[in-house]
Design a protein around this ligand. Structure first.
Ligand SMILES: Nc1ncnc2c1ncn2[C@@H]1O[C@H](COP(=O)(O)OP(=O)(O)OP(=O)(O)O)[C@@H](O)[C@H]1O
Ligand SMILES: [Mg+2]
Length: 482
């Protein structure tokens, strides 16, 4: 499988696992919820049965006490027990025995002999029922004091047991139903969870479908947040913001390539024209020499453009080697000012430097940035004007190198684009540059983690400020103003 294919299938696997995880969580939550409800109901039922058994026993105890208080009560009790033993009475789930103070049986239910021995019963003071298991059945046992009808002392004991076989059968059936319903809920939850999760994730499919339709020629497409659930609004807005950035980068890129073609075509056209003229007739060596030296100027212009473009391309790819060192800005500026002093004098412009600062930077790049600014300032300042290079400290301790001129200035509408590649503001000067100088300055400042900003007033002059951070790793902020 090729690399993109494997990446694509990996991506699909991740989406599938998200649905799978959600479905599993859904199933687990249903099963846990159901199990908790079932356990609660089950224990409630068992408790209820136990309570109603205790109540039943209490009722029987009260009935026996009431019967014993009548003259022929004991006889009646004996008859009832006989009837139960012969299976004539339906209430034979109650088994009882009356014993005197010495433990002698006065009357008992024949069915309980050998099943519920007297020792199995709790002491008479215990008001709680006792659970007892014998011969494969469960019993609820209690002991109550009875009044001996002859001596009228409370010496007799009633040992009474409730056969829980029916109750246990009921609980067993209930348990089976709960298990069956639990299994049913589990098997229902598996497909239903996948359907629910699939439906829940449908907006994601729509989202990816909408993004899939965006091509290079449709970068102005924006997604409508209202079409998606509120949880996805921030994602949709982020995608829209990304699209806006992409669109603007694409526009810049297409401007850039258009400008680049234009910038290269002009000198090449000029060179072709000169070559055609040279070849159109027989010429003297002197004339050939003149044509070649004029071509050389165009070659130099072309080489300068290509050199600037290469520098910017390397800056884009962060391939320019930086040599950071502590620079004495005063000395560096003096060197560059010296270089331009003849040009300034010829143009009749005063070039003044008042710099006292030091910062971490690359000497060659700093000189290149400063040269571009001074070259601009001299080009756009008429004779009699002044170009001043000074320094100051920014609010966050950053070092500012300021190049100010008293030239033609720049209209405010140009300021936001001043540092774009090939951008040339229409100004009063006849200087024809490539429009790459300030873009290079910006790239150099970015390499220093610094910033560059421009201020200008048409007719009064322009000030460009380079900001170097206190430490080269810290970023400074800046903007263009008018
Ligand atoms: N000091 C200034 N005064 C007035 N306008 C300026 C000044 N500096 C720059 N500009 C304007 O900004 C534009 C861009 O400047 P930039 O240095 O990038 O290009 P350039 O000077 O035209 O060409 P290059 O520097 O590549 O030879 C210039 O064309 C000019 O219109
Ligand atoms: Mg320039």
């Amino acid at each position: 499988m090729s690399e993109p294919d494997s990446r694509e299938s990996e991506g699909r696997r991740q989406v599938r696992s998200m649905a799978h995880n959600l479905a599993v969580l859904y199933i687990v939550s249903i099963v846990i919820g159901f199990a908790l409800c079932a356990l609660l109901l089950y224990f409630k039922l068992v408790q209820h049965i136990h309570d109603s058994g205790t109540e039943q026993l209490q009722g029987e105890i009260s009935s026996v006490r009431a019967l014993l208080s009548t003259p022929s009560g004991l006889h009646a009790i004996r008859q009832v027990m006989q009837a139960e033993a012969q299976g004539e009475d339906a209430t034979n789930c109650i088994l009882m025995r009356i014993v005197d103070r010495d433990g002698n049986v006065i009357v008992d239910c024949p069915n309980m002999r050998g099943v519920l021995p007297p020792a199995a019963f709790p002491p008479p003071g215990d008001t709680r029922s006792k659970k007892y298991h014998a011969r494969g059945a469960n019993y609820l046992l209690r002991t109550a004091r009875l009044t001996d009808p002859v001596s009228e002392s409370r010496d007799w004991r009633l040992q009474i047991g409730l056969d829980l076989t029916e109750h246990d059968q009921l609980v067993g059936v209930y348990r089976t139903y709960l298990l069956l319903f639990g299994l049913g809920a589990f098997f229902f939850a598996i497909p239903s969870s996948y359907i629910v999760v699939k439906r829940g994730l449908r907006p994601l499919d729509e989202f990816s479908g909408s993004i899939r339709t965006i091509t290079g020629s449709r970068l102005n497409t924006r997604l409508e947040p209202a079409r998606f659930p509120s949880e996805m609004h921030s994602v949709v807005e982020s995608v829209n913001a990304m699209m806006a950035r992409l669109e603007s980068s694409f526009q810049r890129l297409s401007h850039y390539s258009g400008n680049l073609a234009h910038e290269l075509r002009t000198p090449i056209n000029n060179l072709m024209l000169e070559a055609e003229i040279a070849l159109s007739q027989q010429r003297s060596p002197q004339e050939y020499q003149e044509i070649i030296s004029s071509s050389l100027t165009e070659y130099e212009r072309l080489a300068a453009v290509i050199d600037k473009l290469l520098f910017l391309a390397r800056a884009d790819n962060e391939k320019n080697d930086l040599m950071f060192e502590k620079l004495d800005a005063g000395t560096e500026v003096e060197e560059v000012v010296d270089y331009f002093s003849d040009e300034a004098a010829t143009a009749g412009i005063a070039l003044v430097s008042r710099v006292d600062a030091s910062f971490w930077g690359d000497r060659t790049l700093f000189r290149r940035a400063l040269s571009n600014l001074i070259s601009n300032a001299l080009a756009y300042t008429p004779a009699g004007g002044e170009v001043t290079i000074s320094s100051s400290k920014g609010s966050n301790g950053e070092v500012e190198i300021i190049v100010a001129d008293t030239g033609c200035g720049i209209y405010s509408e140009h300021l936001p684009f001043l540092f774009d590649r090939f951008y040339r503001a229409k100004s009063g000067s006849h200087h024809s540059g490539t429009g790459l100088g300030l873009a290079i300055v910006k790239a150099i400042m970015e390499m220093h983690n610094g910033d560059v900003s421009a201020w200008s007033r048409p007719g009064h002059g322009t000030t460009i400020t380079l900001q170097f951070p206190k430490h080269p790793s810290l970023k400074t902020g800046g903007k263009a103003e008018s």
